[in-house]
Design a protein around this ligand. Structure first.
Ligand SMILES: C[S@@+](CC[C@H](N)C(=O)[O-])C[C@H]1O[C@@H](n2cnc3c(N)ncnc32)[C@H](O)[C@@H]1O
Length: 166
């Protein structure tokens, strides 16, 4: 799976996970929506959850921007829009927060769901806390990756949301 990032450049460059992956040739950065190729767009506002049924696409795309500017319209670029199901951030900025992943976590979570765990491990290995993301989310990721489609993923997610609210 090719990894692409639409890079907005409005977040702290020192902490930007997409820039680090780009320096290591693990993603391709695009400075405009027009230049970003179509694929599966990881969009927290999307109605449909990512599932193994999306594995026939060749590209996984994230939008790297500050959470302050990550509004619905910011994700308006070519491709199929997918949200990630319940997963918890492991990075030091948002540790323990569900759904609000940074770019490398979102790409890695997506890769595992699409059946590319080795690829996910490779990109996370570039970050000190990277392995923690897979440890924290081990069970849900394994279960999502075993689903057939988006509605099954949403049904599994429901169990974690109920646990979270108790
Ligand atoms: C808002 S940016 C923040 C990036 C952060 N500045 C960094 O350095 O990694 C994170 C991106 O990851 C993807 N993402 C994060 N959580 C997601 C979710 N729950 N569903 C879908 N995509 C998500 C989106 O593409 C989102 O724009």
């Amino acid at each position: 799976m090719e990894l692409h990032v639409r890079y907005e450049g409005d977040d702290d460059p020192e902490k930007c996970t997409a820039r680090k992956l780009d320096r290591m040739d693990m993603v391709t950065l695009h400075r405009s929506a027009r230049a970003t190729p179509a694929g599966v767009v990881l969009n927290p506002f999307a109605d449909r959850a990512l599932s193994p049924a999306d594995a026939d696409h060749d590209r996984l795309i994230a939008l790297d921007c500050s959470w302050e500017t990550a509004e619905r319209e910011a994700f308006d670029f070519a491709g199929v829009q997918r949200s990630l199901p319940f997963l918890v951030a492991a990075n030091p900025v948002n540790y323990g927060t569900p759904f609000q992943l940074n770019t490398v976590e979102a790409l890695a979570g997506g890769l595992v769901i699409l059946g590319e765990r080795d690829h996910a491990e490779r990109i996370l290995s570039k970050f000190r806390w990277g392995h923690t993301f897979l440890e924290l989310n081990d069970e849900p990721l394994e279960r999502y990756a075993a689903c057939d489609d988006s509605s099954e993923v949403v049904a599994v997610q429901e169990e974690y949301l109920v646990e979270e609210s108790e």
